[in-house]
Design a binder for this molecule. Structure first.
Ligand SMILES: *Cc1c(COP(=O)(O)O)cnc(C)c1O
Length: 398
């Protein structure tokens, strides 16, 4: 048996033994290899029928009655409670709505306000996804704080008596590096500051443990590993201990204690609803709610175990199939520092990715020279990983 055949037979054995393998049937996929679920998750089969029912019956026939009758009004908190177990949060702390960017703003300004007077510094992960950095900069200007970009590993030593809030990406969107959520959270809290975690690249890919690790606030999108669909609404977690004092910078009529009282003065709602702003985007929200159905009975420990096995196997296949010197992994080798994607530095990354996509292997690239391959454990298998590495080798050999 050749080395390639032995990798392929190992892949087949790993797929046969995979307890999550049967979940792939719950998604609409083709015979290509989809490794971009870290950018846009695949479509769960339950969604089109549910959306058709929402549009044709709930909206088309029941019109305004559906706000109460079909539970539209309470969908933001109800959907938040479906996300809660996936990020290790007890019910009642997550609300769904608005974009990730908007929720970064609510969370960072809210954290500075919770930190109280005398603290005038915001720390931000220097490698952050751009939108988080732009919004943190604006939030700092608005709240009279200084913004200090830092490597996440330096945050524990840097958080001090001046620090109000710290914003960190749990998994780096370019390199796939997983940051130390328990350690950074403990250090920030010990300094008397609040931490905001961005879970865009971790929720749905690995256990997060928000409550267990004492996280203050968190935000994340739902269209990556949570498969909510293009532009599906994001979420905001405010730990129960902060809810009573959480002072949202975007108080809207939906976060009022009595929205239909139509009163001139703002009085905040209790609980997660305080994070709402305006009328929820019902079509996207209910598509997300249906998409979250795939998680029933899924063990996050099994998801994590498979994710690490897949990324390890992919890296091994890349070493075998891709001639030396053409790609270099920038994803940490250590499991404790790895999310669910592999990022390979490669010259001509944009051209190489176009060629991969033309051959049925879909990943993406981030400027200037990073090929990204996202491994969604719910629907990617080991044979997919071997095939992606083999096609990458063929493209690079030309
Ligand atoms: C995907 C992603 C976003 C996206 O923000 P939107 O407002 O949903 O466009 C923000 N932050 C991080 C870390 C992301 O990975």
């Amino acid at each position: 048996m050749s080395d390639t055949e032995s990798l392929q037979s190992r892949a087949a054995a790993l797929d046969a033994a995979d307890e999550l393998g049967k979940l792939r049937e719950q998604f609409v996929l083709d015979d290509g290899v989809y490794l971009d679920g870290n950018s846009l998750g695949a479509l769960p089969r339950a969604v089109p029928g549910r959306l058709a029912d929402v549009v044709e019956r709930e909206w088309g026939q029941r019109r305004i009655c559906s706000w109460d009758e079909a539970g539209w009004w309470t969908a933001p908190e109800r959907t938040g409670d479906l996300i809660a177990p996936l990020v290790g949060a007890a019910a009642g702390q997550i609300v769904v709505g608005d974009s990730t960017s908007v929720n970064v703003f609510k969370a960072v300004v809210g954290a500075v306000r919770l930190a109280g007077d005398g603290r005038d510094e915001i720390l931000v992960d220097e490698s952050t996804f751009p939108t988080d950095g732009y919004i943190a900069e604006s939030a700092a200007r608005m709240t009279g704080c200084t913004l200090r970009p830092l490597a996440p590993a330096d945050i524990p030593g840097a958080a001090g008596p001046r620090t109000a809030a710290v914003l960190v990406n749990h998994v780096d969107y370019r390199t796939g590096r997983l940051h130390d959520l328990p350690g950074i959270t403990a250090a920030v809290r010990a300094a008397g500051a609040l931490v905001v975690w961005d879970l865009c690249h971790s929720a749905g890919a690995l256990p997060v443990g928000l409550d267990e690790h004492g996280v203050d606030l968190a935000i994340g999108c739902t269209y990556k590993y949570l498969n909510g669909g293009p532009g599906s609404p994001a979420y905001l977690y405010v730990a129960a201990r902060h809810q009573g004092a959480f002072d949202s910078p975007l108080p809207g009529w939906n976060s009022h204690a009595e929205p239909f009282g139509m009163r001139p003065g703002f009085e905040p709602a209790d609980g997660a609803a305080r994070g709402r702003v305006g009328t929820p985007d019902i079509l996207s929200m209910l598509a997300l709610e249906a998409a979250l159905g795939v998680w029933g009975g899924v063990s996050l420990a099994a998801v994590r175990e498979k994710s690490l096995a897949l990324t390890d196997f992919f890296l091994e296949c890349v070493r075998h199939h891709v001639p030396d010197g053409h790609v270099e992994s920038v994803t940490p080798a250590a499991h404790a520092e790895r999310g669910s994607q592999v990022a390979l530095r490669c010259a001509d990354a944009a051209t190489v990715m176009d060629a991969l996509i033309a051959r049925g292997v879909v990943g993406d690239y981030r400027a200037p020279d990073i090929l990204r391959f996202g491994f969604t454990p719910l629907y990617v298998g080991f044979a997919d990983a071997e095939r992606a590495a083999r096609v990458l080798g063929e493209v690079i050999r030309g």
